[in-house]
Design a protein around this ligand. Structure first.
Ligand code: GLC
Length: 752
């Protein structure tokens, strides 16, 4: 054996050992996330690793050969792992109505269906944040058990206009109700150890050309309406992350706006998480985004990593800004189930989540009309069930806010489960239909002979990418729907029988022209997987409806202040054509830019203040029982705090819950103000007939402030205020006055 070879082997062995030991030694010296101080972890990162952490690592679910790239197919986004530093991948899933991932995966029989919870608008319609928090906890549990770390919700853009395609994902036309509901949702989801992404920050109030549209908004409307819901939710619930919106505000992309993402969001409101972009398909100015305080670029492209590296090297981006963004990301990653190596089951308790959905949906249904006690149904009624939605319910909307549920309970099934007999001919007729069936008077008359009551479902859906149309078939009924309602109403009323209309919709539709044909109207929105059971519970009286409108239902579309500044389409264009067919034109009104000319006059702030008639007012909702309000009072506490109290009594014959809305009418001051604004609300427990409950609602003098855009100050005028205890914005039951002794102001740092 050649000694030289032996010596070489020995030396090689020694070298390898030394290297391994050294590496191992060096490996042990590499600072790991969660073990070493953050600063040391960041200091150990290369520039490429830092840039990589700030860019999502998820282009598309599948490789071109169809093989699955992601551990969780259908996931919306991921962040990059840096294994040597102990930094894991994190998984971000949509959305506001439940976890949105693919229900099936290659190579396994196991399924990954999720719970379609009631849509956001329906949760807000319950005016019960505790219920919303429970739904949030169920969503968070489901996300965690499917291996996700961040839920891309809640979405809280304002219902500025009923034609916005994504209103079903949003809560209300009112920022206070929006903020309180969002806080409950965030707290619920985050109670399960997963994060949220409060979105879309801010003013993403149309889908048409959403990535380029410049929202031109006054400072007062921004502060009092479009930012206020985010302010309440950030201050009260501390979302782990925020998602900046696609659009511009007053000429600056929100994701590049330091005044928005740093001066307001962080310095004024105290946000301490990280900001991600929405899922932009184009590379923006990444240096400007990071400097603004937008840490993460989603879904992420290599070009963005390259651009960040180049920006640091050529001085467009400071290393300190980069490190600050990395630090903000790591502070959230360290809280995720992935970092904590949580052993997720891939088997969430879908049955219990369905039960929670059912309970929450029951409190979100709104009774809009009930002439002469049409509802609840008599137990032995035979129901003639008309309308596609009766047999094919829209459980939710479409786009990233949809959910892949295995089964949705339809209305016919829900009624049958409650022992209600339904006309089988109609069931057979609709089960083979592909669209709304024309119902002639003659046919309706035959059905009226066979049944005790008619139930007609009108359904609408909408979603991401496209706004609705203010034309027949969307905001307005189709001719087929109008004929159906008129024929069925005439046929049944001619025999002394009645017609109930069920509105299975994610947004507002026109009702004034036809509601007189209906003896009752029920609004169950898009109620999730248990929709049919919820609707049956309300129709049979098993549950007394307690929901109330969170937005105004106008008489005509053009009555809405923003209607002339919205990309609607009156030319009867189809769903695909309409304004979206145009080439993008930055100079075109409602396409390139949208003028928020209405300012703060959105929803009831407009209709109630200026006495414009509506079909159904904000905050409206009926019950099968009646309630009286008594003993109103407002007491001043310390440091500008107030407590309003009122006693509610069930004066009817059925148990039920009542939402009390607290509006405040401010004294006339320097600024023009709405006649009244929502400053609090509370819901009673289930009150038995004759039972009373005293509700307390707290608010502060800051809550009463209006925003003076000249001085850039929140101003609470001194003087006498009226606290109005109401069952809707136009149904004031009791009032109590209180004084603000001294004017209060609060300066803000910036304008947008
Ligand atoms: C979409 C939506 C956003 C969603 C994201 C991920 O563009 O605007 O709400 O969370 O992409 O799917």
């Amino acid at each position: 054996m050649d000694m030289r070879i032996e010596v070489k082997k020995a030396l090689a062995g020694f070298f390898v050992t030394a290297c391994v030991t050294g590496c191992a030694g060096r490996e042990d010296m590499v600072p790991k996330l969660g073990e070493a101080p953050l600063k040391k972890v960041i200091a150990a990162m290369t520039l490429e690793e830092k840039a990589g952490l700030l860019v999502g690592d998820h282009e598309f679910d599948y490789y071109k050969d169809g093989s699955v790239k992601d551990e969780i197919p259908g996931i919306a986004g991921t962040t990059k792992a840096i294994p040597r530093l102990g930094i894991p991948v994190t998984y971000h899933t949509d959305g506001p109505a439940g976890v949105n991932i693919s229900p099936r995966r290659d190579g396994t029989e196991q399924t990954y269906f999720c719970t379609a919870f009631p849509v956001a608008t329906m949760l807000a319609s319950s005016w019960n944040p505790e219920l919303t928090r429970q739904i949030g906890a169920a969503i968070g549990d489901e996300a965690r058990e499917y291996g996700c770390d961040i839920v891309l919700a809640p979405a809280i853009n304002l219902h500025r206009n009923p034609l916005c395609g994504r209103n079903f994902e949003y809560y209300s036309e009112d920022p206070f109700l929006t903020g309180k509901t969002a806080s409950a949702m965030i707290s619920g989801i985050q109670s399960q150890g997963v994060g949220t992404s409060l979105k879309h920050f801010a003013a993403n109030n149309q889908e048409t050309f959403r990535r380029e549209n410049n929202a031109i908004i006054s400072q007062r409307a921004l502060r009092e309406l479009y930012l206020k819901g985010f302010e309440i939710a950030v201050r009260e619930a501390h979302p782990w992350t925020i998602m900046s919106s696609y659009n511009l505000i007053n000429g600056t992309y929100t994701s590049e706006s330091r005044p928005l993402l740093t001066d307001i969001l962080r310095d004024e409101w105290g946000f301490d998480g990280f900001v991600m972009t929405d899922w932009t398909r184009m590379i923006r100015n990444t240096a400007a985004q990071i400097h603004a305080g937008n840490e993460l670029m989603m879904p992420g492209f290599q070009e963005q990593i390259d651009d960040i590296v180049a920006s640091v090297r050529d001085g467009r981006l400071s290393e300190s800004d980069l490190d600050l963004s990395v630090e903000r990301m790591l502070k959230v990653i360290i809280r995720t189930p992935r970092f904590k190596r949580y052993e997720f089951s891939d088997k969430p308790d879908l049955a219990s989540h369905a039960a929670i959905t059912h309970a929450a949906a029951n409190e979100g249904v709104i009774l809009l009309r009930n002439e002469e006690g049409t509802l609840p149904l008599n137990g032995g009624s035979k129901v003639a069930l008309f309308g596609m939605g009766s047999y094919d319910l829209f459980a939710g909307g479409v786009g990233s806010g949809e959910v892949n549920a295995e089964k949705v309970v339809n209305i016919d099934e829900g009624l049958t489960d409650e022992g209600i007999s339904i006309d089988q001919d109609l069931k057979a007729l609709y089960s083979s239909a592909s669209g709304e069936i024309p119902i002639s008077l003659e046919y309706a008359s035959r059905k009226a002979s066979d049944s005790d009551i008619a139930l007609v479902t009108i359904r609408r859906t909408a979603g991401e990418y496209v706004d609705r149309r203010a034309i027949e078939g969307d905001f307005y009924l189709t001719q087929t729907e109008k004929d159906m309602l008129r024929n069925i109403s005439e046929a049944f009323r001619s025999k002394g029988k009645k017609m109930v209309v069920v509105l299975n919709t994610g947004g507002v539709i026109e009702t004034a022209s036809w509601k007189g044909l209906a003896d009752a109207i029920v609004l169950p929105w898009q109620p999730g997987v248990e929709g049919g059971h919820t609707i049956a519970d309300i129709l049979t009286g098993k549950v007394n409806p307690s929901g109330k409108l969170t937005m105004t239902w106008p008489v005509e579309y053009m009555d809405i202040p923003s209607s002339k500044n919205f990309p609607y389409d009156f030319e009867g264009n189809s769903w695909i054509k309409g304004p979206v067919r145009d080439a993008f034109d930055p100079g075109k009104r409602n396409i390139g830019f949208t003028m928020y000319e209405e300012g703060i006059w959105v929803g009831y702030r407009h209709f109630t203040t200026f006495g414009v008639p509506v079909s159904y007012p904000f905050g409206f909702g009926m019950s099968y029982t009646d309630f009286s309000y008594s003993s109103p009072s407002v007491k001043a506490g310390k440091n500008g705090s107030y407590t309003a109290t009122v006693t509610v009594t069930n004066t009817g014959s059925r148990s039920g819950k009542e939402v009390v809305e607290l509006y405040v009418a401010a004294p006339r001051g320097a600024m023009e103000k709405p006649l009244r604004e929502l400053k609090g609300f509370a819901k009673t427990k289930e009150l038995a007939p004759g039972e009373s409950e005293t509700l307390s609602i707290s608010f502060t003098s800051y809550d009463l402030a209006s925003f003076d855009e000249d001085s850039l100050e929140w101003v609470t005028d001194a003087g006498e205020y009226q606290a109005l205890f109401a069952s809707s914005v136009e149904d004031i039951r009791q009032s109590a006055s209180f004084r603000v002794k001294r004017p209060q102001t609060k300066k803000v740092l910036v304008k947008l």
